[in-house]
Ligand binder design. Sequence first.
Ligand code: TRP
Length: 442
Amino acid sequence: MKETSKFSSSFGTIVVIGGSVVGLGNIWRFPYIAGENGGGAFIAVYILTTLFIAVPLILCELSLGRKTQSDVFTAFVKMKSHKAWRLVGGISIFSALFIMSFYSVVAGWSFEFMIKSLSGDFVLSSATNVKSQLDSFVNTGYMPVAWALVYIGVTGGIVMMGVKRGIERLSKIMMPIFFVIILGLAIHSMTLPGVSEGLDFLFNPDFSKIDGSVILTAVGQAFFSLSIGLGAMVTYGAYVNNKANLKKLTLTIVLTDTLVAILAGLIIFPAIFTHGIDSSSGPELIYVTLPTVFGQMPGGMFISGLFFFLVFLAAITSSISLLELNVAFLINRTKLSRKKAVVLTSAVSALLATLCSLSLMDDSIYTIAGVPVFDFLDYITATYMLPISSIGFVLFMGWVANKTLREEILNYNINAPWWYRSFNFSVKYVLPIVLLLILING
Ligand code: TRP
């Protein structure tokens, strides 16, 4: 690796990796998915999936990255494995580019909604009115494209400054601000009249609601929320200090991610129940339902503005890792400098983001197989590409690089602790089968 940057402290490591996992997945996707799938029961399944499927997968990715000191593609080259394994890295690289493109569109909306909130556009608006404001914004075409480009520009600027001076330094500032805001908003929600209904919905599981599709949805959500299957953790794993305990790091990250998702739920559901709004309003939950709800509250303009700033902070630290994944790949595989690699990756992302954004307009011509480019990319990454590369990662670490996995996870200690055998068994046998079932069902 030409660039041998390492994160400078364990705090730095946690905020950067935490920044990658905490994102729109927690604040936008988790609340509406939990809302559609019955609340508490879904959350219980989600936590189990996270522990038994997500944790081992993250450990596989981090180990591969730290061992090879490489991006997700070069890692397979350095391990001197059969060339076919590089395909896994290749899929990850493309998935990151695809996710970056639709992610930037949704993240870009947060700028517009911050401004609209603060200028009072949502005060005492009905949901229909907010929805039509969102629709007409999207249908201008150029407005959301412009915001997505600004967003990609900011992301690129940070990545260009490098791993330590850009990514780590700014995450150290942004993540604490993020936590202060999310805690503040959650505490504010606890003062609303709908609080007991909201808490009941979140924490009182009705297990009769669990079926196969709820379980599959939970797995999908855990993958997305924890940035799994893209090799983001391989790329960041390369920057983790060699002495760090990967198991502890993974558990901290997973705990943080789940905590943030639950805090987002604590902000949103009491507010929704206070205003008698349907908890299963889908992807529009944060961009339609919330402005409506905040618009009814005294001082709601500011709360709403603050909320969309929170959405922006959550998203940007995730996009940084999506971009870095491609940038690290280009730096390692070509002669490009970091600066040129960032420009190239941002330009491609900008092009794809523009198509994604325009594809959401009414009667858009930007469709693939009859669906908007936006939905198409969202669908193929989540349904096929992420599960396929995840199967690749577990099979590789379970069967080809099993010794590396052991060395990295145990930090070269010879004595394996009690949990190691079941962990390794699960990586070798259980996870490939479970992931295959998920892929087939998808
Ligand atoms: N985890 C991010 C979120 O919760 C989204 C995401 C999915 C991601 N896969 C990723 C981010 C890979 C970075 C890298 O919003």
